[in-house]
Ligand binder design. Structure first.
Ligand SMILES: [Zn+2]
Length: 302
């Protein structure tokens, strides 16, 4: 934050030298002119972490707007210019958001760019890694630790606040993890039939098996043969509910459900939250808790 802090001080010094009162009045509308860190995040789950750890002691710029597809989103030139104001930029590497990663390549040197997936253990998916790491609360905790370390390093004045807030957040994720463990311990079926392949980490953490209808990205259209395979596994595993994703059209899930007589139910991938969800105060822990309710009902859990 050195850049912003010194800008503020310099401005104050000029005001003092000129004998002005009333502090430093400036037309500079730059974020961070108040000495708080400007933290850019690639998409929603990282926003949740930074908001939890930084609170109102940081400014947050989120690249993927509410309701947009995080996988395919292309930052606008205006957004890229805005990112130049950031002190830190957090993202998930590994090809999850190719256009965002590309935009990071043109950011100036003063922006510290951090790939939060670096220390995480990845699940393998086809040829590459499954990018949906945030669907396991334990990974959210690991990423929160990293965010804390970076914020603390960049703004030593607010370290105590960051520490306190991060501890509370990590504790709430612990609680969520326990709820999932208890809530999914005894279910009629462990086959989790979903829209796109976003729930691998959740399934892995809590003993479920993901049966995705679509591929790794919501944009990937499944073949008729792939749809038929899913329908077969729905019948064989006595699946009662086909899950679809909150922010995507439920067509594919409906097709499979209609063909097999299963019901449909919505899950939130948290890849993006809609404006309505955000203004209703939804956040990671609340959305995951809603996911747990839907899973318990759909999988017939005791
Ligand atoms: Zn996804």
């Amino acid at each position: 934050m050195g850049r912003h802090l010194s800008a503020t001080f310099a401005c104050g010094a000029v005001a003092l030298a000129a004998g002005l009162t009333g502090g430093c009045s400036t037309t500079n509308t730059d974020l961070g002119a108040d000495g708080k860190l400007v933290v850019a995040v690639a998409f929603y789950p990282i926003e949740d972490i930074v908001r939890a750890v930084g609170g109102d002691q940081v400014h947050i710029i989120t690249v993927v707007p509410p309701g947009e597809d995080a996988h395919e989103y292309e930052p606008t030139p205006k957004q890229v210019t805005r990112l130049e104001q950031a002190d830190v930029m957090f993202y998930l590497g590994g090809g999850f958001q190719p256009s965002v990663e590309q935009a990071l390549g043109v950011l100036p040197n003063h922006v510290t760019i951090i790939d939060l997936t670096a220390p995480l253990r990845h699940l393998q998916l086809g040829e590459g890694n499954d990018p949906h790491v945030w669907m396991d609360p334990a990974n959210m905790q690991r990423m929160a630790q990293q965010v804390l370390a970076v914020l603390a390093e960049q703004d030593s004045v607010r370290v105590d606040t960051f520490n306190r807030r991060a501890s509370a957040y990590i504790e709430s994720l612990d609680g969520l993890d326990h709820e999932f463990r208890a809530g999914l311990a005894r279910c009629t079926t462990t086959a989790l039939v979903t829209g796109h392949e976003a729930f691998g980490y959740l399934a892995h953490a809590y003993g479920l098996t993901q049966v995705p209808i679509s591929g790794i990205s919501p944009g990937a259209e499944p073949s008729a043969k792939a749809l038929e395979q899913v329908a077969t596994s729905v019948r064989e595993d006595h699946v009662r509910t086909v899950f679809f994703e909150q922010n995507l059209p439920p067509d594919l899930a409906r097709t499979v459900a209609d063909e097999t007589g299963a019901a449909t139910s919505a899950l939130n991938t948290l890849e993006t939250l809609s404006r309505d969800e955000l203004s209703a105060g939804l956040d990671y822990v609340r959305a995951m808790r809603a996911n747990l309710s839907a899973l318990r009902a759909g999988l017939g859990c005791a």
